[in-house]
Ligand binder design. Structure first.
Ligand SMILES: [Zn+2]
Ligand SMILES: [Zn+2]
Length: 112
C-alpha cells in the first residue's frame, strides 16, 4: 500500500510509505548485524544513527510512521538511506557500503 502524505523536509519530494527515523535506524542495525562488523565499529555506527534520529526529531512533523504509528516522519526513505550511507561509509569498508546501497531500497519496503 502506498500512501502519499507530505513533503520531505530535506529534498522536498513527496514522502510515500513514511517511516520514522527511529524505525529506519532499527532496520539499518538489523541489516548490519550479519555483516561481520567489529563491535567497536558497530557501536560507532549506532552512536551516529542515534544522532541522526535526534536531529530528525528536532523538526516537528505530522506524518505518521507506517511501522510504529508515531508522528515524527520528516524525511523520505531516500534521504534516510543517504544519511545512513554516509555513516556506514565512515565506519566500514567499500564492500559493505556497496551491499547496503544494493539491498536497502528493497529491504525498506518489506518492513510493513
Ligand atoms: Zn528526502
Ligand atoms: Zn516508527
Amino acid at each position: 500500500m502506498v500512501r502519499i502524505t507530505n513533503l520531505c523536509t530535506s529534498c522536498v519530494h513527496i514522502i510515500t510509505n513514511p517511516i520514522c527515523p527511529y524505525c529506519f535506524s532499527k532496520q539499518v542495525i538489523t541489516w548490519l548485524r550479519d555483516k561481520n562488523i567489529s563491535s567497536y565499529k558497530m557501536s560507532n555506527i549506532k552512536r551516529y544513527l542515534r544522532k541522526m534520529v535526534i536531529e530528525a526529531e528536532e523538526t516537528p512533523s505530522n506524518i505518521r510512521c507506517i511501522v510504529c504509528g508515531s508522528k515524527r516522519v520528516n524525511l523520505c526513505v531516500h534521504c534516510f538511506v543517504n544519511k545512513a550511507t554516509r555513516i556506514i561509509e565512515n565506519n566500514t569498508d567499500r564492500k559493505i557500503i556497496d551491499n547496503f546501497n544494493e539491498d536497502f531500497d528493497t529491504i525498506i519496503w518489506r518492513v510493513h
